[in-house]
Design a protein around this ligand. Sequence first.
Ligand code: KG4
Ligand code: ZN
Length: 355
Amino acid sequence: MATVLALETSCDESAAAIVRGSTVLASAVASQVEEHARWGGVVPEIASRRHVEALPQLIEQVCGQSGLPVAAVDAVAATVAPGLVGALLVASVTGRTLARLHDKPFLGIHHLEGHLASVQLGEPLPEGPYLVLLVSGGHTELVRVDAPGHFSRIGRSHDDAAGEAFDKVARLLGLGYPGGPAIQAAAAGGDPSRFALPKGRISLPGGGFHPYDFSFSGLKTAMLREVRALEQRQQESGEPLPVADLAASFEQVVAEVLVERSCRCARDQGLRTLVLVGGVAANRRLRTLLEARCGREKLQWRVAPLAYCTDNAAMIGVAACRRLEAGVRSAFDLGVAARLPLDQAGRLYETQALF
Ligand code: KG4
Ligand code: ZN
């Protein structure tokens, strides 16, 4: 079984891991969240600088923990797309340099393929095909997986990603960054049915609505209106803003929309298994709702282990092991890209570098 050193620096977490097959031998993450929280979101220039500072130590740490020097692994992998270009470059250049120095293959990995692979860090994947709901800070997608590396996107958000909506609404409620965990904590004990909020739909040109696509911008505006109206009344009554009820109502409607459309998509596509991955997959209400609904609809479900929902390098390592087992490697002059659709991930292994 292949052993891989994997690196991830696509956004605001610097991470390194050593993975053998689907087993994590060592994994380390250095979060920059506290620094970006001062600005209410990720500042790309700061992210790149912090990755440069953190990554060498993280690599030393995982090599030490696993007892495996770089010379002992079979390949080096790094996330190369999508993400912040300056940030991606740090893992890409470090990974390619280490691979070159130690005469190992280099594998550029698609960040979302990493998220998809994260579920294998828990239980083995069921027999394909299956449907994945991928919900992170940058993406909200329904992806059909027919075989390893064969993805097709069936649903997506037309505006904000689910995680982005959590982050923006948390800012509106004065709850800090990142918004997901902050809203989850604030919503505990709140009434999820107090505020009626819209389940954003995408109209089809011929009439009706897209059954599997999402929109979160209307929900964000509805939250803003509720808060402004409550603030006005508050000036007269002196009552505090019902933050717990607002957070719970928002969390509930997002979870319902995600679960309803995913289950419908799985059913329509004749898929018996639904897989939940990405940073927002850490959300307790979403996990509970998905479990209940899949139980009722007799769908199998798998959720990424809590520790591997948000960005980490272990998931990049698992994806890299699968690619290595399939006999591919990337060109050493492969660069990085801010965008790359997931169904193009196989092109990262063409002899002529894609970018
Ligand atoms: O996958 P991830 O770490 O980074 C991206 O690839 O984007 O996802 C980060 C996103 C953030 O928007 C964060 O607010 C959200 O995941 N998130 C959560 C929770 N934990 C993180 N959203 C809802 N509930 C959570 N518990
Ligand atoms: Zn991510």
